[in-house]
Write a protein that binds this ligand. Structure first.
Ligand SMILES: NC(=O)c1ccc[n+]([C@@H]2O[C@H](COP(=O)([O-])OP(=O)(O)OC[C@H]3O[C@@H](n4cnc5c(N)ncnc54)[C@H](OP(=O)(O)O)[C@@H]3O)[C@@H](O)[C@H]2O)c1
Length: 209
């Protein structure tokens, strides 16, 4: 069963980036029966096999189509983010989930952020969007796993500067079966959950009860 009336009528979350994290997120959406789209740099044709495997609630679209949605989830390699966010419609207060970390395989050399939290740097690429940091602190295989498989609900941290946007994303996280924990504004929560540097990445925590 799909649910396209979630979050006050908003149609799921549309995903830009179909790699490890974009796919893991889409898998959690599919498991919860939430309708969504997924996109990459190569176009929907390249995603045919993936969406078939993910199930009927996930459709392949272009990056531009995904970017028109009310909630857009972005999981792209740090150095490719500028290109991935270029030439898209005005954000006009729409919500963007920043699942990115300022570091890249295979060298894992941290990007120079000039002392800023990475979500602030990312926010500059999506002017006018309400940015919520989330889904960046677990490894893809942990994020994709059943959130209830360890006897409780897997914890998913989020942070942001807009209370209403955070409320929407907290509702989405809970809908997916995860336990949502608000870390506060981007400047605080973004740093706590940032990889590298923060204490929370790769902590696979479970809320009991
Ligand atoms: N892997 C993890 O466990 C993990 C955990 C937490 C956070 N993260 C963060 O999540 C982000 C993505 O990581 P990942 O491991 O999922 O990377 P990945 O497997 O290399 O996938 C990156 C995705 O970005 C897409 N992309 C690149 N340029 C694009 C563009 N111009 N327009 C649209 N899509 C574009 C790629 O599409 P194409 O293949 O078509 O180019 C690909 O689908 C990174 O910032 C990373 O730090 C990763």
């Amino acid at each position: 069963m799909t649910d396209s009336t979630l979050f006050g009528g908003i149609f799921g979350a549309q995903v830009i980036g179909s790699g490890a994290i974009g796919t893991a997120f889409a898998r959690t959406l599919s498991r919860a029966g939430v309708e969504a789209t997924i996109s990459n740099s190569r176009g929907p044709e390249s995603l045919k096999d993936l969406v078939r495997e993910l199930g009927p609630s996930i459709k392949a679209r272009t990056r531009e189509e995904a970017a028109r949605a009310d909630i857009v989830f972005v999981a792209v390699n740090w150095t490719k983010l500028r290109a991935a966010m270029a030439n898209l419609p005005d954000w006009n207060g729409r919500i963007v989930i920043d699942a990115n970390n300022p570091i890249e395989a295979p060298l894992f050399k941290p990007a120079d952020l000039g002392g800023r939290v990475s979500s602030a740097v990312f926010a500059d690429l999506v002017p006018g969007a309400r940015v919520v940091k989330a889904f960046n602190h677990l490894r893809a295989e942990v994020l994709a796993a059943d959130p209830g498989s360890d006897g409780g609900r897997r914890v998913l941290f989020y942070s942001g500067d807009d209370t209403a946007a955070k409320g929407e994303i907290a509702a989405l996280i809970e809908k997916l079966g995860l336990a949502a924990i608000d870390l506060g504004p981007l400047e605080v929560g973004g740093r706590l959950a940032q990889f590298l540097g923060g204490p929370l990445p790769n902590q696979n925590l479970v809320r009991m009860g």
